[in-house]
Design a protein around this ligand. Structure first.
Ligand code: TYD
Ligand code: MG
Length: 454
């Protein structure tokens, strides 16, 4: 009798190994391997030949069908999708538990502008729970059908019977297939289920949205292992204690992945934010030291965000640095440049830096803002409230060129800012006229003098 084969699979990223490993060499997670039987699936993709001899043809001889897009009812979501939900596509929506995925999707089921039924399959919540949520969101829609089922073979039958325009699978980790012995939520289960749903829905031209949880602990297979199979991958992100949510496109076969959508979780569900900069800087204090506004790019969209810094005398020998929303190492590097190139001695100061509203800023274009806001707190000199600060800073204290400067300036102008510090090299290339007072800066010392910090 043939020996049954097993492999060890990482539950985080799907890496396979012949033996058990403590640490995954692919994603570096610990203790994530579990043993699994090897299952051979016959058809895992789009074989169009059905066993006949295949005959490749010139690509030019094919005609591309026009993609039909449906308005989802949320402009922010349409933007991330590249102009609407493409008919027949498979979308994966990932995010941490409790972030608002089911809420957003239920609202889409109601608002989507397309004739036909929506089939909402939930393995997580009962019909009563979903109904309760729908009532709370003010949804009363005859076209939304509910199915509380976790067996994917039965779900597929229901899809074929109903032939809806949109299918929701909430969530992929709760579904299981009888063909596979592994537990629900394991890598082989989520892969098999996705390929089954894909086969059924693609053959009928039904649009599908699959919800997947992402957990830090990694005890269930995350959406990561599915990213290569689906057409579009979206992640809903946000901080637990802030109401803002960012919808980010990670992969999109029908559009760019440069776009984000902004939402706010309110008591009536998710609401889109059309003027994010306005909201992000609306709670600024009157003119305190240690606060400034920068313009950061999220994809192709400029966002104005407030940076805050606090410096205070170190009590113990070793000064503390804490960064919230920016990279810790970047902060320590910029403090070192401030010390060496601007002569600002911060070695007996604790430095705390915060990006207001729980956003994350990873761009070097925030460098000059971070340095100026730190210096402003240290000197107790406020930065003018209507000034915006842009620029990357090098190790010799020089202020370097940043990208997409025109978009950032336009956004600042729109929100009523009066002046802007930008890199001198950027200023030379500006074509449009601005109402802003644009001040070109070559190095950190020049910027400090302009603000009155030196
Ligand atoms: P949910 O959509 O269930 O999250 P997920 O499907 O991503 O796990 O959202 C759950 C949270 O959202 C819950 O903590 C309550 C909150 N919520 C609101 O703040 N307002 C609302 O209108 C709804 C329906 C939920
Ligand atoms: Mg949910």
């Amino acid at each position: 009798m043939a020996k049954s084969k097993t492999v060890f699979v990482c539950s985080e990223c799907g890496y396979e190994s012949g033996k058990w490993l403590g640490k995954c060499p692919a994603c570096n997670s610990w203790n994530s391997f579990y043993e699994q039987k090897v299952v051979e699936t016959k058809n895992n993709g789009f074989s169009q030949s059905n066993g006949k001899v295949v005959n490749p043809q010139s690509l030019n001889s094919y005609e591309a069908k026009e993609t039909i897009r449906t308005h989802t009812g949320f402009n922010e979501l349409d933007r991330v999708l590249g102009g609407g939900l493409v008919k027949g596509s498979l979308v994966l929506l990932g995010g941490e538990p409790g972030i608002g995925k089911s809420t957003l999707i239920l609202q889409i089921c109601d608002k989507i502008k397309d004739d036909g039924k929506v089939l909402y399959v939930s393995g997580e919540e009962s019909a009563e729970q979903i109904k309760l949520r729908a009532d709370r969101l003010g949804i009363n829609n005859e076209d939304i059908l509910f199915l509380g089922e976790t067996n994917i073979e039965l779900v597929n039958q229901a899809i074929l019977n109903v032939n809806p325009k949109l299918v929701i699978i909430d969530s992929i980790q709760t579904m299981f297939s009888e063909e596979i012995t592994a537990a629900a939520g394991s890598v082989s289960q989520v892969r098999e289920i996705t390929s089954q749903v894909m086969r059924v829905c693609k053959s009928k031209g039904i649009t599908t949205i699959i919800i997947g949880h992402v957990t830090k602990e990694g005890n269930i297979a995350g959406p990561r292992v599915l990213e290569h199979m689906v057409d579009t991958v979206l992640y809903l992100e946000g901080e637990r204690y802030f109401s803002y949510r960012i919808l980010r496109g990670v992969k999109n076969r029908f559009g760019s992945t440069n776009e984000i959508g902004m939402f706010e979780m309110q008591d009536k569900g998710m609401c889109e934010i059309t003027n994010p900069s306005d909201i992000l800087i609306s709670e600024r204090d009157d003119n305190p030291a240690g606060s400034c506004v920068i313009a950061t790019m999220e994809g192709t969209r400029p966002l104005l965000v407030e940076l805050q810094a606090l410096t205070s005398q170190t009590v113990f020998g070793y000064p503390r640095r804490a960064a919230n929303g920016i990279d810790y190492n970047r902060l320590t590097l910029l403090i070192a440049v401030l010390e060496k190139k601007a002569g600002m001695m911060l070695n007996s100061q604790d430095v705390y830096l915060n990006v207001v509203s729980g956003l994350k800023v990873n761009e070097p274009a925030a460098d000059l803002g971070i340095m100026m806001v730190t210096a402003s707190s240290f000197k107790n000199v406020p930065i003018p409230k209507d000034m915006i600060i842009l620029g990357e800073v090098g190790l010799t204290g020089e202020v370097r060129r940043i990208n997409l400067i025109e978009k950032r300036l336009k956004e600042a102008e729109k929100l009523g800012f009066k002046s802007c510090l930008i890199p001198e090299s950027n200023k030379k290339d500006l074509k449009d006229n601005y109402k802003l007072d644009i001040i070109g800066i070559r190095n950190v010392n020049e910027a400090m003098k302009k603000i009155g910090l030196k």
